[in-house]
Design a protein around this ligand. Structure first.
Ligand code: NAI
Ligand code: NA
Length: 398
């Protein structure tokens, strides 16, 4: 079978397994060249949200960089079936695992709903059986639009909305190669509350409580969750909107987790990341024009980073300099994005950008290319005319 990209708006309905393999290999190569003089690198790591974006990059950086960590990765992905080829994250898990095995690293994939108690039990078992009973680091990198309410089984749904007043902006459509005007009404109280339930810190805390109760955290265990703040230009839709309120909740949760981890001298961290094209971020209306301008400017200045560059810089750089935190104690790997010279140029591009010229003014080809690559397409090294053997894929398991 020949697999073509099938894009619907900002959602990819197909993925290319060989391209996912290329994506994982490229990231591995970028971590293998990292160096670290720290003797405090984590050796046993649990990653929640391990199959794509920042979570996958964290896992690759920690396994294939100087930490050489054994990992357990939790994700929610679909395999190949008669209905379709499955999701990119499914193949990322498979090819990560193959590469880790070659390096004699432990790598366990657990595929299922990280919010469920069943998956918590599977993780507990895997930590005992595969990692010798405890972990040194928990990476919390889930991104989702829904979370089941454990008491009722009904779903909380996040809504990406401004708070207080409506916002006009533009959203990209990768299917039509267009930038479309969107008007976002302000969130209702319920939308605010539910977004905080889904993307705030409650589940992170609950995972850390579970792991603490089961004595699965090593002495000095660290945890990190990822956040975004962004410049003034994106505040109405992000930082001061529903997602930003959820992130503020996440930031406060760090204090609760620090209290929880006191007895094991553990530590909770927030790393504020750069705006990047991921499966989750292309859903944020109003953010894409900013991404188009940011990619152009950061590439021009030689400062562009993808998820793997960010995670390498986090775990082999910023992490170890305790003095390198902002006033709130957050780790800022969005430091280059927010540099005044970058933002000045980004704002100048945004002031000119319209639905007609966005592909010229901004780095549309770059953003589209990264989006396609998230799904295994647009890799120069992959021959897309090659037949993909579906039966052989069915035999692969994460
Ligand atoms: P992503 O969509 O690439 O990855 C999300 C991961 O969560 C995937 O591995 C997915 O399988 C997993 N997942 C989702 N629902 C799940 C469930 N119910 N059970 C188990 N696994 C589940 O997203 P991305 O962008 O890497 O986001 C990760 C974190 O980074 C989020 O907190 C996000 O807010 C944050 N972040 C993202 C930025 C961006 O520009 N993309 C910037 C700054 C922070
Ligand atoms: Na992730």
């Amino acid at each position: 079978m020949i697999i073509q990209p099938q894009i619907q708006g900002v959602v990819a309905r197909s993925c290319h397994p060989f391209g996912c393999q290329a994506a994982v290999s490229e990231q591995i190569a970028k971590s293998q060249t990292q160096q670290s003089s720290s003797d405090a690198l984590p050796k046993r790591v649990l990653i929640l949200g391990a199959s794509s974006g920042f979570g996958l990059a964290s896992r690759i950086a920690l396994a294939f960089g100087p930490a050489k960590a054994d990992t357990i990765g939790v994700s929610f992905e679909r395999g190949v079936s008669d209905k379709g080829i499955g999701s990119a994250g499914w193949y990322n898990n498979i090819f990560f695992h193959q590469a880790a095995e070659q390096d004699e690293l432990v790598s366990t994939n657990i595929v299922g709903d990280a919010f469920s108690s069943e998956i918590r039990e599977q993780v507990a078992k895997a930590i005992e059986q595969d990692l010798g009973g405890q972990v040194d680091l928990v990476v919390y990198s889930l991104a989702t639009g829904i979370r089941p309410n454990p008491e009722t089984g009904e779903f909380w749904r996040s809504a990406i909305r401004p708070v207080g007043e409506s916002v006009e902006g533009y959203s990209v459509n990768f299917e039509k190669n267009s930038l479309d005007k969107v008007s976002l009404p302000p969130a209702t109280e319920q939308e605010i509350d539910e977004t905080i339930k889904v993307m705030g810190g409650e589940d992170w805390l609950s995972w850390m409580q579970f792991l603490t109760e089961r004595n699965l955290l090593a002495k000095g265990c660290e945890t990190v969750a990822y956040s975004y703040i962004g410049p003034e230009h994106t505040h109405a839709i992000y930082h001061k909107g529903t997602l930003g309120l959820a992130k503020t909740h996440l930031h406060h949760t760090r204090d609760d987790i620090n209290t929880l981890l006191e007895s094991i001298k553990g530590n909770a961290n927030i790393a504020v990341c750069k705006a990047l094209v991921t499966k989750a971020s292309v859903f944020i209306p109003g953010l894409t024009p900013y991404l188009l301008a940011l990619y152009r400017v950061m590439k021009d200045k030689g400062l562009h980073e993808g998820c793997i560059e960010q995670m390498n810089r986090l775990f082999y750089g910023k992490w170890h300099d305790a003095a390198d935190r902002d006033a709130e104690g957050l780790i800022r790997i969005d430091d280059w994005e927010l540099r005044a010279d970058i933002q000045l140029e980004v704002n100048a591009l945004l002031a000119e950008m319209t639905s007609e010229n966005f592909d010229n003014i901004g780095d549309y080809q770059g953003v589209l290319g990264e989006f396609l690559q998230l799904n295994g397409f647009a890799f120069p090294s992959v021959d897309y005319n090659q037949d993909v053997d579906i039966e052989a894929l069915k035999a692969l398991h994460p």
